[in-house]
Write a protein that binds this ligand. Structure first.
Ligand code: HEC
Length: 266
């Protein structure tokens, strides 16, 4: 666990004013209301609302490590930084200690971490044999939830040295525009004529609202095919070439493998 999170975990003990059982799901929309109207939402008096001292974009830019307000952020990192700031890191924020509930701090953290995200940052594919498609896997791209602007997917592409080994079998993202909280999905498979490991990157080029500035989300793709001989095609099976493995195909593969091991033993 990074030092910052460990500190946060210890510091959290000082902040707990809500029993864990009463927690609801972390809610970036509630977090946004708290951030912008901290006093009205909590019924408490502070020297300022969160937004009176810094914008949420400035918090995201700071947490990104490279001054990028649209970077992908993890909830845990936002939560850790906020807890440390409130419980001793930042004098101006000590006024929130033992006043905000754990759920409020979690909702604020969910709002700070609320930028477009992918459901995975890396995917591993394994094909059962060379020239045999792997099972397909999905990547979901989800727009931020507590945001007024839409997200435009300018393009979806596979890049890198092993790009030719990965195939998009379906894609509801490319050139689409997502409303707040909406998602789209890319399904991918892997196939290789050799047993070497192959890597590539699934790249979403995005822009938010009316801005023409683009930013990206990328998912690392790793694939390898095992060295066994491809099984014979199933009798009477249809090969649509589409790469999706139907149940019939899998059953035939299972029978072929079972037959093979029986023959070897006999
Ligand atoms: C009175 C001014 C003030 C208010 C109100 C305030 N902050 Fe801060 N906050 C600061 C200062 C000063 C820093 C440290 C310097 C910086 O990071 O800009 C800071 C830092 C932070 C950090 C970064 C901690 C780190 O890792 O460096 C986060 C996250 C944050 N504030 C969130 C919030 C939230 C959420 C609220 C509302 C509950 C809030 N702030 C209210 C002044 C304020």
């Amino acid at each position: 666990m990074p030092y910052r999170l460990r500190t946060a975990a210890i510091a959290l003990a000082a902040l707990l004013t809500l029993p864990a059982a009463a927690q609801t799901a972390d809610d970036p929309v509630a977090g946004r209301a708290l951030f912008d109207n901290t006093m009205a939402e909590t019924g408490r008096t502070f020297s300022a609302n969160c937004s009176g001292c810094h914008s949420v974009q400035s918090r995201r830019a700071m947490l990104s490590g490279n001054n990028d307000p649209l970077a992908a952020l993890a909830f845990d990192d936002a939560f850790g930084a906020l807890v440390v700031a409130i419980t001793g890191g930042v004098d101006a924020m000590a006024q929130f200690n033992n006043v905000l509930t754990l759920q409020q701090v979690r909702d604020l953290s969910a709002y700070i971490a609320d930028t477009p995200r992918t459901s995975a940052t890396a995917l591993d594919f394994s094909a059962s044999a060379v020239n045999t498609p792997s099972a397909a896997q999905n990547v979901d791209l989800r727009h931020a939830v507590a945001v007024d602007e839409t997200l435009t997917v300018v393009s979806v592409a596979i890049s890198g040295s092993g790009a030719a080994r990965f195939t998009r079998s379906s894609d509801t993202c490319d050139t689409q525009t997502l409303a707040a909280g909406a998602s789209c999905r890319v399904s991918l498979g892997f196939s290789s004529p050799d047993t070497a490991g192959h890597t590539a990157s699934l790249d979403f080029t995005l822009r938010q609202g009316a801005s023409s500035t683009t930013f990206t989300r990328s998912v690392a793709l790793n694939g390898v095919a095992s060295g066994t001989t491809p099984p014979p095609p199933p009798a009477g099976g249809s090969d649509d070439g589409g790469g999706a493995l139907g149940l019939g195909w899998l059953a035939a593969l299972g029978a072929a493998v079972a037959g093979l091991s029986r023959r070897r033993r006999g």
